[in-house]
Write a protein that binds this ligand. Structure first.
Ligand SMILES: Cc1ncc(COP(=O)(O)O)c(C=O)c1O
Length: 452
């Protein structure tokens, strides 16, 4: 029997991170060099490496017997806890009625794009998750190129909005930002809000990395600055290292009663409700406690230590420019000044750069430009600095916080050796490119294919 898949689905590509995962697994079994037993240097996966906080784990165990369906919007205890969490950490007063829970923010963003009519404004570079959703939903969209500081300019936003004649425009604002690690501060958000108010732009503010802001006092939610026009999304995945729990939430704008009603219909139609035990576990994750507070502080400090190390290392390489992360566990490294050398080695797209870095002897996985909604020939790449044993590093940091510059350096070198070696590999690759010495690069004459 031959099955026919809907064309709309055929046209969707497997997200790049999943492609890469499969590719690495397949590729790895092909590399027989004994020196490569270490695996590969993983700068590609955006996953928090830390253990799920103990209170969440315990609450999950305690609630395994909860077999009944939960209310569509989420259990009341959870919405109440999320409301208090938002008040405590982000200084926003949100009635629990404005909070809906879903299976991850990715799904909730998809649902919002489903119900909100209008043209989407997508700042680039962008997280690799948005564009496939926008395409799948066949929405009109326009890219908005971020400036050199990694942020969109209010002026450019206004110029673009004036050109769009749709009844509604939807800006997807990701703050803090994946892939650059850049943070929009209060005045940035105020300036963007001014344009949004004037041009009637609705904002989906994806704040999944809010808790990872290194100087947490600097994080401001768009929900606070533009409460009448912002849908804020957040969840357990990054702050609580629990991406696999699949739990996110959306805060609706003030007074958006009808949209809430419509949204409920969509949630009920598509997934009924999030798993009940997971919701009970999440209550423990959003409750205010010194244990959770310490967890957020320790994890963000570690991200900062390794982020600064990565930033300093890359920027010291002649020709590389990296964004300075103020949050998240990513930065964006710009290799465009190597375009000529890359070209000489037949590396003329960002995809080929990713492939060249993964082959022997480099074995370094990065996420290349076109997966970040950049031009295929743009040699910027996302570097995720989380390839270390999160549990061990968490307790090492807790037991002895490095204070001085040299202690910090030593901490990173001892605790994240694969990050350090992987960075050295990137440097070696670039040196080999410059000297045009590397015979391994010649293998690219038969380009590696992602066979999925
Ligand atoms: C910017 C951004 N938004 C959303 C998500 C997805 O989060 P969730 O696990 O809540 O679906 C990710 C995950 O990598 C992300 O980087």
């Amino acid at each position: 029997m031959k099955f026919v898949v809907d064309q709309q689905v055929e046209d969707i590509e497997l997200p790049e991170n999943l492609k890469l995962n499969t590719f690495l697994q397949e590729f790895h079994s092909d590399c027989h060099d004994p020196q490569c037993g270490f695996g590969f240097y993983g700068f590609a996966f955006g996953q928090s490496p830390f253990p799920v906080p103990r209170p969440i784990q315990e609450a999950l165990v305690k609630n395994v017997n909860k077999g009944a369906y939960a209310p569509v919007q989420g259990i009341p205890e959870l919405r109440e806890a999320i409301s208090k969490y938002n008040k405590f950490y982000f200084g926003i007063d949100v009635d629990p009625q404005r909070i809906y829970v879903g299976p991850g923010t990715k799904e909730l963003i998809f649902n919002l794009l489903e119900i909100l009519h209008g043209t989407v404004i997508l700042p680039t570079p962008a997280w690799l998750g948005y564009l496939p959703q926008i395409r799948f939903l066949k929405k009109n969209y326009h890219m908005l190129l971020s400036g050199e500081n990694g942020k969109i300019s209010p002026h450019d936003l206004k110029k673009l909005a004036l050109r769009l004649h749709d009844r509604q425009k939807i800006l997807i604002l990701n703050n803090p930002h994946n892939p650059t690690g850049v943070l929009y501060d209060k005045s940035d958000l105020e300036e963007i809000t001014e344009v949004c108010r004037e041009q009637g732009i609705t904002v989906i503010s994806d704040e999944i990395y809010a808790q990872t802001t290194y100087d947490f006092s600097k994080f401001v939610s768009m929900g606070k600055i533009y409460p009448e026009g912002t849908f804020v999304t957040n969840g357990l995945s990054k702050s609580h290292a629990a991406g696999g729990y699949r739990l996110g939430y959306v805060i609706f704008p003030q007074h958006a009663l009808d949209v809430r009603r419509q949204f409920k219909k969509i949630l009920a139609t598509e997934y009924t409700a999030v798993s009940t035990p997971i919701q009970h576990a999440a209550v423990a994750g959003f409750e205010i406690s010194s244990e959770l507070n310490d967890y957020f502080e320790i994890t963000r400090n570690i991200h900062q230590l390794i982020g600064e190390y990565t930033f300093n290392f890359l920027n010291k390489i002649d020709g590389v420019v990296a964004t300075k992360p103020e949050a998240t566990f990513y930065l964006l490294a710009d290799f465009n000044s190597f375009a000529n050398e890359l070209e000489k080695n037949k590396i003329n797209t960002s995809q080929k750069l990713s492939e060249a870095l993964i082959i022997h002897p480099y074995h370094t996985a990065i996420v290349g430009g076109d997966s970040l909604v950049l031009e295929r020939t743009d040699f910027r790449a996302r570097i995720a600095f989380v390839d270390y044993d999160g549990e061990k590093v968490y307790y090492n940091y807790k037991n002895q916080k490095p204070k001085t510059f040299s202690e910090k350096l030593e901490f990173v070198e001892c605790n994240a050796p694969k990050v350090v070696s992987g960075l050295k590999m990137i440097e070696k690759f670039l040196n080999d490119l410059k000297r045009n010495l590397n015979s391994d690069l010649q293998t690219l004459e038969n380009p590696i294919k992602l066979t999925i």
